[in-house]
Write a protein that binds this ligand. Structure first.
Ligand SMILES: Cc1cc2nc3c(=O)[nH]c(=O)nc-3n(C[C@H](O)[C@H](O)[C@H](O)COP(=O)(O)O)c2cc1C
Length: 221
């Protein structure tokens, strides 16, 4: 697997910092649960869970945008932080989003997959990740995709109907030690393409089998 230089530098810096500090990574900030149910005028029975992991908020914002698009389609959507999700029993489909950190899908996402494995094999699942942070770096984009592919390959039981990579965000003002130090040389960026994100979300009702394709063969996106 070809891994772009920026992430190799990051992991090298991470190792040095952790060795010097002699301490573990700070626990992930606990995010508040945001469970919102909006009863649509034209309410359908189908319920979708959009579950996300996020350390610095950029993936949460993408999950919120995805949920908003799905609600606009008349679906009932729960938007939840992955660690807060208790049961998947009442959902017809799932959208799972998490960022990549240190070559892995965020640990909350990995735990979520382990905890809810059984339910996730019974209903359609869409997956997205955030990763690339350097504008115009196709190699880095490829490396991020390979990191996500590796995570999915570790779980052959998980068969998502769609998998997507979105650009990520680096915002130094949100970072605390040790990431603030590790990332100090990495320029701030926000590669989230909101048009692409909303277009992807617009296709989900069809790919998640919540809405029939239109007669002309297009989806509603
Ligand atoms: C310390 C650190 C390590 C990261 N490691 C990776 C990585 O290994 N692969 C990758 O594609 N992106 C990596 N990223 C980029 C993040 O996935 C990106 O910044 C994402 O938008 C963060 O999501 P969040 O704001 O929801 O936490 C890293 C970012 C940071 C700050």
């Amino acid at each position: 697997m070809k891994v772009s230089g920026i992430f190799l530098s990051m992991i090298f810096a991470f190792t040095l910092v952790m060795a010097a500090a002699g301490q573990g990574i700070r626990a992930e900030n606990k995010k508040g649960v945001s469970t919102v149910k909006i009863a649509q005028e034209n309410e359908m029975d189908q319920q979708v869970l959009v579950a996300y992991a996020s350390k610095y908020g950029s993936t949460q914002e993408v999950a919120e945008a995805v949920a908003e698009v799905l609600r606009g389609r008349g679906l009932e959507v729960d938007l939840q932080h992955m660690p807060e999700v208790r049961s998947l029993a009442r959902y017809d489909a799932f959208v799972l989003g998490a960022p990549l950190y240190m070559f892995r899908w965020h640990k909350d996402a990995r735990r979520f997959l382990s905890r809810h494995r059984k339910a996730l094999t019974k209903r359609p699942v869409a997956i997205f990740a955030l990763g690339p942070i350097t504008p115009g770096d196709a190699e880095e984009w490829q490396a991020s995709c390979e990191q996500l592919d590796k995570e999915l390959a570790r779980r052959p039981w998980l068969t998502p109907v769609v998998v997507e990579m979105f650009g990520g965000r680096i915002d130094h003002s949100k970072m605390s030690f040790p990431y603030s130090l590790i990332m100090s040389e990495v320029p701030a960026s926000d590669l989230r393409d909101w048009t692409a994100i909303r277009a992807w979300a617009g296709k989900l009702p069809v790919v998640l089998q919540l809405e029939a394709p239109k007669a002309d063969g297009t989806d509603a996106g």
